[in-house]
Design a binder for this molecule. Structure first.
Ligand code: ASP
Length: 367
């Protein structure tokens, strides 16, 4: 047998074996006269809203309550899709759209600013059932970058579009367009100005279309430095047993020179495969890119047979921490195992499985 056909045969055997063990794991058979109806999977969904120096001591109760309410709302939106038999892809998109509209998070409206005073948004989505993926970098006019990433996957022959071309594709795909000032929030702007002063960099003019500066200084509604975080991500398992992952972000504050982080890079910040797991990451993207974090978590599950929690912990607490990187991941397995792992003081996060209780966490001393 030549090497190509042997490789193909091994690949096929592998995927049939994985498919089969997936089916055994997730399927039970109803008894009765000749009826062997596979029962549906239980759906499950996990969300994050960014990881970083988010500490109880510097968080005020109203802000904390606002974050928890937002996480609950987005989780419920995704759960509703799954509960009525919708796809994990639809659930991921639905939940992320809500977080993109929410100015608390660094995605869509409320995104961090680049050093030039612009909001340049990144997003990716991946369908674990067929390994299709779509991603965008440095886009400026789509209200929902996650939907633009999905359009790249479904309506273009490509996987990753950036900058002006991606903005043009968004119009072509018929997505909702907004003026770039739509993404502006005073809180993130003030935070950028402070950061640029600290770095001795020039302060760009207030963006065109932004509201006039307030007479009173804006009060910090979150811990110092929390502005650096707030990327959002969702992973889900639907009743058909399919996994999906998505991530959306404004990137890191005061980023320069067209910087793109890990979030829209398939295998770094976002990854999904029914053969292993679905992952969305958050943290300083440069480390996640170099460690191909999302794919590595899934590879440990796929090739080493590790449990998902152990795989996520290995990558975050050994590899990422070993490089002095900061952040975390959420992940979900085909059997419905829902995990998070992070090496920062906090990560905004939530999870819910069919028939289970909604869990929301912020600090690292919560379960
Ligand atoms: N990972 C994102 C980036 O580097 C930022 C974040 O997750 O906070 O662009």
């Amino acid at each position: 047998m030549d090497r190509v056909s042997e490789g193909t045969r091994m690949k096929m055997t592998g995927s049939i074996r994985n498919l089969f063990s997936g089916a055994i794991m997730a399927t039970t058979f109803a008894g009765g006269a000749g009826a062997q109806q596979p029962t549906a999977h239980h759906w499950a969904i996990v969300l994050h809203g960014g990881a970083g120096i988010i500490e109880r001591a510097s968080m005020n109760p109203a802000t904390e309550a606002a974050y928890r309410a937002s996480l609950a709302e987005a989780t419920q939106a995704g759960a509703q899709v799954l509960d009525r038999g919708g796809t994990s892809l639809d659930a991921v998109e639905a939940a992320i759209r809500i977080l993109e509209d929410d100015p608390l998070f660094n995605a869509g409206r409320g995104a961090d600013f680049a050093a030039d005073g612009r909001n340049e948004l990144d997003a990716a989505i991946m369908d674990g059932s067929n390994m299709k993926a779509g991603a965008v970098g440095d886009v400026t006019r789509s209200r929902h970058p996650i939907s633009l990433a999905r359009a790249v996957m479904e309506k273009s022959p490509h996987v990753f579009l950036v900058g002006q071309g991606a903005d043009e594709f968004s119009v072509y795909a018929g997505l909702e367009q907004v003026d770039p000032s739509y993404f502006f929030t005073e809180r993130r702007w003030q935070s950028l100005v402070k950061q640029l002063k600290k770095e001795g960099l020039p302060i760009p003019p207030r963006p065109a279309g932004a509201p006039p500066p307030p007479a009173e200084p804006v009060t910090e509604i979150e811990p110092p430095d929390a502005h650096k975080y707030g990327t959002v991500g969702v992973v889900a398992l639907d009743r058909a047993g399919n996994l999906a992952a998505g991530t959306s972000t404004g990137g890191t504050q005061a980023k320069r020179w067209g910087r793109v982080g890990d979030s829209p890079i398939i295998g770094a910040g976002t990854y999904a495969s029914n053969q292993s797991c679905a992952v969305s990451a958050t943290g300083t993207g440069e480390y996640f890119i170099r460690l191909t974090v999302a794919r590595t978590v899934c590879a440990l599950v796929q090739y080493k047979g590790m449990k998902l929690q152990a795989a996520a912990d290995e990558v975050v607490h050994q590899e990422l921490t070993g490089l002095d990187g900061d952040g975390g991941v959420i992940a979900i397995a085909p059997d419905g195992e829902m995990v998070w792992s992070f090496n920062t003081p906090g990560m905004y996060r939530a999870r819910l499985a069919e028939g289970g209780k909604l869990e929301i966490g912020i600090y690292n001393d919560e379960p």
